[in-house]
Write a new protein. Structure first.
Length: 201
């Protein structure tokens, strides 16, 4: 009986330890594969366009981009806001979440719709994390700056379509002598869209 008890006790001790070791080995192998993939090809330049408004999906998307950038899989270049500007603290909240995780060089583009920004309770705390001054301008101007810089960009839209629609309609200006459609055709590597239809008219 004593031996049986010792065997059962040993089983309960060793199995979790073994499982933890297997999990750790798998996690290590995954990190190695990620490192190999990152070295095999240059990271894709990403622009994230989000309303960052009433749901958590927007903040999660920002964190996913930050994580993939830290792993070397992407270059997180810009955060475009389709709802936020300076009416409340939307822009500074966006800068805060970028700064708190070590992304001071990500450009921030703000909405040109002055009256739709939501005043959310957590924006004050996020704004308090802001530590540097980001490159900030309207989203359309930030898009035009990036797309006319010569590189190619993957554009992920998880909010409203206002910024993209305004970019499509944009005409030659002090940034570029090309229209928004020309810039998109030449420099947008892909669009990944999971949003809702406000913006197209």
């Amino acid at each position: 009986m004593k031996r049986k008890f010792i065997s059962i006790f040993t089983l309960f001790i060793l199995v979790p330890i073994f499982s933890m070791n297997v999990f750790a080995a798998e996690e290590s192998a995954q990190k190695q594969l990620v490192a190999i993939a990152a070295q095999a090809q240059p990271p894709t330049h990403i622009i994230l366009d989000t309303d960052m408004s009433t749901d958590t999906d927007d903040l999660i998307a920002v964190r996913q981009c930050q994580q993939y950038a830290q792993e070397g899989l992407i270059s997180f270049d810009a955060l475009m806001l389709s709802d936020e500007n300076t009416l409340y603290q939307g822009r500074t909240a966006a800068e805060g979440i970028l700064d708190s995780y070590g992304f001071p060089n990500v450009m921030v583009g703000t909405s040109t719709n002055p009256n739709i920004e939501t005043n959310l309770p957590y924006w004050g705390w996020l704004s308090s994390q802001k530590s540097v001054g980001h490159s900030c301008d309207t989203a359309v101007r930030q898009y035009r700056k990036l797309l006319s810089s010569g590189g190619t960009y993957g554009i992920i839209v998880i909010g409203y379509f206002d910024n993209i629609w305004n970019l499509i309609k944009s005409q030659p200006d002090d940034i570029s002598n090309e229209t928004g459609m020309q810039l998109i055709a030449e420099h947008a590597k892909f669009f990944d869209i999971c949003g809702i239809g406000r913006g197209f008219k």
